[in-house]
Design a protein around this ligand. Sequence first.
Ligand code: FES
Ligand SMILES: [Fe+2]
Length: 350
Amino acid sequence: MNNKLKIDLVEESQQNSFPKNQWFVVALSKELKDDFIARKVLNIPMILFRDPQGKVTALEDRCCHRGMPLSSGHLENGQIRCGYHGLLYNATGQCVEVPGQDKVPNKAKVKNYHVIEKQGLIWFWYSFEYETPNSEVPDYPYHEHEDYLYDGDVYHYDTPYQLIHDNLMDLSHLAYVHLKTIGGNAKIHMNAEMKVTQGDNQVVVKRHMLASDPPPTYSMAYPFQAKVDRWQEIDFRVSHIRIWTGAIDTGTDSLDNPERNGFNMRGFHAITPETENTCHYFWTMSTNPQHDRERIAKVVIEQTRLTFDEDKVVIEAQFKNLKQFEHKEMVGIHIDVGLVRARRIIADLI
Ligand code: FES
Ligand SMILES: [Fe+2]
């Protein structure tokens, strides 16, 4: 970890009800090309761009002169010029030029947040206490694994971030929401054997569905013989969720073998609050086609996109209705175990 990095902590006044001392995803690397991104995360408006060496930087989206959003301006060789009176800031947030004035006031600078780019993801250290992060940036090897190809996208949701956690922690909804893509037989889904284990700020849900029919996406991507043994392993980690799903021809390997072959889909889901009632959903899908790799990966990723579009419709409709029936209770059922534990972890952290 680089201790020498000069970073600014999030201000006390920006404290809010999100889990602190966490690495949150604020962008996908592919989003940051020649221009900046203005994005509010965890109630903090920031502007992200690359310095002249290509390193990602995140500054508070507020000019220190008269408070204009820096994102109203434009980039000049890896520096940002305010769109109001032209103050120019370098990637550390220091003002380096005041048009028409020789001396730049010492205090002319803006906050520089701690971001690190790794494996195609841009992570932001969200803390009020620790300038030096007290945990490593998460490692996500499937973005650089030779057997896997991946792509992804960013969705903006008009819902609280935890409704997306709820959805991902409970994959029984596949049988009802995603019938056309990765779904399958409702009875098998709802009756799948499920094991839930808990670690330090982590919940793992494993579901095995033996001798099922391969769903449409699977059959398209992999030459299954007939019935398949399917698995879904959900690994919840506060700022993101890893979901490993896949199938092998029935009986050809144990679903407890971590090296098992077959068709694999490794979903990465980082859900970063924007505000209390809105969020950013960064997702990628990594898959391991055996033949015609580029084409099949592309199809799998497009199918994934369709399923996530289906989820968005459901979750936004759910939130709209929750607001209409604000005072009504929700009744728990057996499939809620994972989401209840994930919510408990977040509640304990806040
Ligand atoms: S408000 Fe940015 S230069 Fe004046
Ligand atoms: Fe879904």
